[in-house]
Design a protein around this ligand. Structure first.
Ligand code: DCP
Ligand code: MG
Length: 644
């Protein structure tokens, strides 16, 4: 064990003991160092399962799972009581709970413009659709936005969002305690004088307040299904038997907890979903706090509780510390918990792991300065894909899958255009994989039509298919296509100039698909066609664009690679890993994604950003990349992150 171990603890967390002054409270410039900062992470409970329970109008107490082919992808809390987990097979789950409600995810079927819940969907003919969950997720986010107009909201995944409450909480504190708006004339240091002592806080009905001294408190670990039952361990109002430690930051947390509780009630009342949340001083701590007690609960991590919450935690469970760096730290110092590592001085850490290990030093002390930033609703690309268990062996079989994929793209583009009508894809790309190694793609400008129908997309896709794969009569060599992907790229805002987009689209002449109805030979029409043959595009600012979200058939089986949003490179599981079971392959891809992100993070820390800033480009081939030439990362903690 590292010799200095006994030296650690409370003084290490000095960042959380800052004196809060009038300047802090009254400053308009609320940055990530604001001592009154409050951030929440909100996560829907058993999300896909809840979506199905609500859609079907079932009793939430019924055990329910969501199935995708023969795997489980979501298990509701009543089903978890039977010991059912996501890793299980349907047969095993049913054995544990014979009355289990099993809902297969919706699928696309050829000839149908929309996905549906078919009797016996078959992976050989159907394609999974997650559209319903995506839509429900947007509704929840919209309710957050409507209910918290001055909060910053960042969607973190399909069922998670960070909410920065700092601004609305600040406004509320000034409203509730108007005497804080003026610095008292006798304040010793003017604006830099500390605020007066905070009022006592009643934590009743604000959630579970994580105790500062957990060993002295008994937590109520029961779970609930009604938001009204969401009450915490400290519902009596006394916090940890030590109200003297109450700070203005606790007041801020309690106001945020009140807001959060209201929004959660609202979401439950209007949409029927229960949410769990963590409320703390930054994103890192909010995320850790959200899982403290689930489902249907919100937990609050007061600053005073941070040391005892973090110190017993195995540090390798912390994001970014799970990989090589975590292992190296564990070996170097023979330690396992955050508390053990607190004994390592910054000097010592920097000597062994480089200057930038200050980041590790801070995170161990609960310091995280990353911002909560709303991402744009605009995807720069949309991709629909299908892995084929039974490969396509004749070119004529391609049409079926092109139509299925076209239906998904049509639905998604038209849905996006409900919010932003001017959205237009510049290019359509067809990508096919032969066997397991070689893949090819072909792209074309997407026709500028008023209505993006399945027919229009499928026609463009069929044309590409013909060019890429050929026809039954033209093809002499055998084919074995194991994956087909159809995507829109370069989705931009069509420029509307002084006119609105509706007018612009109405002025459009018919394009190829509509040409039969065009008044052939009309001079006027020809001029219009020239004028409008290429829709002008406005480049979206980088920050307005959410990078490629690969929406393949599942977030599971078929996804064995991803395009990194930072460097544009395709990162893939090895063939062996990719052929693992669904859930395992999915987890491995998630780990790979995290590891790749860690690499960039470390690279940035090490100031080696050349590769990171390279223009984003989707490789035409998604052949697994295993032997990429990478810039050598030699220094500091960056050497503990691998690029794959
Ligand atoms: N999901 C998936 N495959 C995974 C993980 C998740 O398809 N490996 C889907 C199904 C989940 C949804 O994403 O319902 C949200 O993921 P969560 O990890 O938040 O899990 P749940 O919401 O189901 O449960 P919890 O209550 O633990 O958040
Ligand atoms: Mg969830």
């Amino acid at each position: 064990m590292w010799k200095g171990k006994s030296k650690a603890i409370i003084s290490d967390f000095e960042d959380i003991h800052r004196i809060i002054t009038y300047r802090h409270l009254l400053s308009q410039n609320l940055g990530v160092k604001d001592p009154l900062r409050v951030v929440a992470l909100c996560d829907s409970d058993a999300f896909y399962a809840a979506c199905e329970q609500v859609r079907l109008g079932l009793d939430p107490a019924l055990p329910l799972v969501v199935q995708q082919w023969d795997s489980l992808i979501a298990v509701n809390y009543p089903a978890r009581k039977y010991g059912i987990t996501r890793m299980e097979k349907i047969s095993e789950a049913k054995r544990k709970c014979p009355e289990l409600v099993v809902v297969h995810v919706a699928t696309y079927k050829e000839g149908e413009a929309e996905p549906s819940y078919w009797e016996n969907p078959d992976t050989l003919t159907h394609k999974v659709s997650l559209d319903h969950y995506r839509r429900e997720s947007m509704k929840i986010i919209q309710m957050f936005k409507d209910g918290l107009p001055t909060a910053e909201i960042e969607k973190a995944s399909i069922d998670e969002a960070f909410i920065d409450f700092t601004r609305p909480v600040r406004d509320e504190i000034l409203k509730r305690y108007p005497y804080l708006a003026q610095v008292p004339p006798d304040a010793p240091n003017g604006l830099d004088s500390p605020l007066p002592p905070p009022p006592p806080i009643c934590w009743d009905n604000l959630g579970t307040v994580i105790p500062a001294h957990p060993n002295e408190e008994q937590l109520d670990g029961s779970s609930t299904t009604e938001p009204q039952e969401d009450v915490g361990a400290s519902e009596t109002g006394a916090v940890d038997g030590d109200d003297s430690s109450t700070t203005w930051h606790d007041v801020a947390l309690s106001v945020a907890a009140e807001f959060m509780m209201n929004v959660r009630h609202e979401v439950y009342a209007k949409l029927g979903y229960t949410l769990s949340a963590g409320i703390a001083r930054n994103k890192f701590l909010a995320k850790l706090t959200a899982s403290y007690k689930k489902p249907n609960n919100q937990s609050v991590l007061r600053d005073v509780a941070i040391p005892n919450y973090l110190t017993p935690m195995p540090f390798q469970k912390i994001r970014f510390l799970g990989g090589k760096l975590g292992k190296a730290l564990a070996q170097e110092y023979d330690v396992s918990t955050v508390g053990d590592l607190l004994t390592i001085s910054l000097d010592e850490m920097q000597r062994k792991f480089g200057e930038n290990s200050i980041w590790v030093y801070e995170i161990l002390r609960g310091i995280d300065r990353s911002e909560v930033k709303e991402k744009s609703a605009v995807n720069k690309s949309m991709l629909a894909s299908k892995n084929l268990l039974h490969p396509v062996t004749k070119p004529s079989q391609g049409h079926h899958w092109i139509r299925v994929l076209a239906a998904e793209l049509a639905l998604r583009l038209n849905e996006a255009r409900e919010n932003i009508p001017a959205l237009w894809p510049k290019t359509i790309v067809l990508h096919v994989r032969h066997g397991y190694d070689s893949s090819r793609s072909k792209q074309a400008a997407f026709p500028f039509t008023r209505n993006v129908t399945v027919d229009v997309i499928a026609a463009a896709g069929d044309k590409l298919w013909k060019e890429l794969v050929g026809t039954d009569s033209s093809r002499s060599t055998p084919i074995s296509i194991t994956s087909v992907q159809l995507s829109f790229t370069g989705i931009e805002l069509a420029e509307t100039g002084q006119r609105n987009i509706e007018g612009f689209l109405k002025a459009r002449p018919p394009v190829s698909g509509d040409q039969s109805s065009a008044a052939a030979g009309s001079t006027k029409r020809k001029r219009d066609e020239r004028e409008f043959s290429e829709p002008p595009f406005v480049q979206l600012a980088a920050e307005d664009v959410r990078e490629d979200v690969k929406v393949s058939e599942t977030s599971a089986r078929v996804e064995t690679s991803f395009v990194c949003k930072r460097c544009g490179k395709r990162v893939a599981l090895s063939d062996v890993d990719a052929s693992a079971e669904d859930a395992i392959a999915r987890d491995m891809l998630a780990a790979l994604r995290m590891e790749h992100e860690d690499f960039h993070f470390a690279q940035e820390l090490a100031g080696q950003s050349e590769d990171v800033s390279a223009p984003r480009k989707i490789r035409p081939s998604d052949t697994p990349v295993t032997k990429r030439k990478v810039p050598k990362v030699k220094e500091g903690i960056a050497r503990f992150f691998t690029q794959r």
